[in-house]
Design a protein around this ligand. Structure first.
Ligand SMILES: [Zn+2]
Length: 338
């Protein structure tokens, strides 16, 4: 664990402390099973022998990225994944997965990647980086894509070829038309190094699709457990990370995404590509943006509520349309000539 980390995006060390939180092992008893497992990683693997761990949420005054300290290093992350795999081995065998939600999430990723990049992705070569068993690839597979996976999970979905645990396992000459990294970069200790490596595996006209949760809202992102997410983005700091890693950002915006629990949460989606000519000079990060999200004014709060209402409204309309279709189908059959 690093007590005084450098910024994993801009490599600066000018931090502002946003807040702090102390996690106590005694509190684990009242937490959900998911959080209890992360508490075990925190108190047994990362800080063995401690009863309480205090972390500070810190804001990079150069690029606006928010992380916390002490910050896990890559060895801590590897230890965490091995420990979680051990602890959840039994769960994974019996774990029930909602296939319809998986299919809907996959379709969402496919459509956003295609729409935001303004290019057709059918029949292309796709890499799912950090995608678990590759369940997000099903919409790509259905459209004739050749899908490969880099992840520690050893049981890839049928038709998805696992090429390794990490990018080091990938042959140097592997190139993809599209790389998907959905809900990955919030977990990584060295997101910039990973992006630089991924860039080398894109075809010259290939696209990178990135999705991260949006968790900077109203207060410092000190979550229920500090083991799962290490990096907290705003659209501006994600854009900066992509640019400083050598990508040209095609689009980067606030959105919402479907969670495996079938609930919608705020998310940031970005599409980037290799620059067509020369180097990318990163835009100056908008540090005000994070401030505004941390202490949103009434207008911003209103806009967000309006956005959520719009989403709920949209979901309701979809539901009504489906119901109407279902009810209308037998009626239509009776109409002559139809
Ligand atoms: Zn920074």
């Amino acid at each position: 664990m690093l007590p005084f980390p450098h910024c994993p995006a801009c490599r600066g060390a000018a931090w502002r402390v946003l807040g702090e939180k102390t996690y106590r092992s005694a509190d684990a008893a009242v937490k959900s099973r998911y959080v209890q497992l992360r508490y075990r990683v925190l108190f047994e693997t990362w800080f063995p022998g401690e009863d309480a761990v205090r972390i500070e949420s810190i804001f990079c005054e150069q690029c606006g990225l928010i992380i916390y300290r002490p910050r896990p290093e890559s060895a801590d992350l590897t230890a965490k994944y091995h420990r979680l795999l051990e602890l959840t081995a039994a769960d994974q065998r019996s774990g029930a997965v909602d296939r319809r939600v998986e299919a809907a999430r996959s379709e969402e990723v496919y459509r956003h990647a295609e729409r935001m990049s303004c290019r057709a992705l059918a029949n292309s070569a796709v890499l799912d980086y950090g995608g678990g068993n590759g369940c997000l690839m099903q919409s790509f597979q259905r459209r004739g894509c050749r899908c490969e996976l880099v992840d520690f999970v050893d049981t890839p979905r049928e038709g998805v070829r696992k090429v390794g645990d990490t990018l080091e396992d990938l042959p140097a000459d592997s190139r993809y038309d599209c790389i998907v990294a959905s809900h990955v970069f919030e977990h990584l200790t060295e997101p910039r190094e990973i992006l630089e490596k991924l860039s080398g595996h894109l075809q010259p006209d290939g696209v990178l699709y990135v999705e991260v949760p949006f968790e900077v809202w109203g207060k410092p992102p000190l979550l229920e457990e500090p083991v799962t997410h290490l990096n907290f983005f705003t659209p501006s700091s994600l854009r900066f990370l992509l640019e400083v890693s050598g990508f040209e950002v095609v689009a980067c915006r606030l959105s919402t995404s479907l969670h495996p629990t079938n609930r919608r949460f705020g998310a940031i989606r970005a599409v980037a590509r290799r620059p067509s000519g020369g180097l990318v000079i990163p835009q100056v990060p908008d540090l005000q943006e994070a401030e505004q999200f941390l202490s949103p004014d009434l207008l911003r709060r209103g806009r967000r509520d309006f956005y959520w209402l719009g989403l709920i409204g949209g979901a309701l309309r979809d539901h009504v349309r489906r119901l109407k279709r279902r009810l209308g189908a037998p009626l239509r059959k009776k109409l002559p000539g139809k």
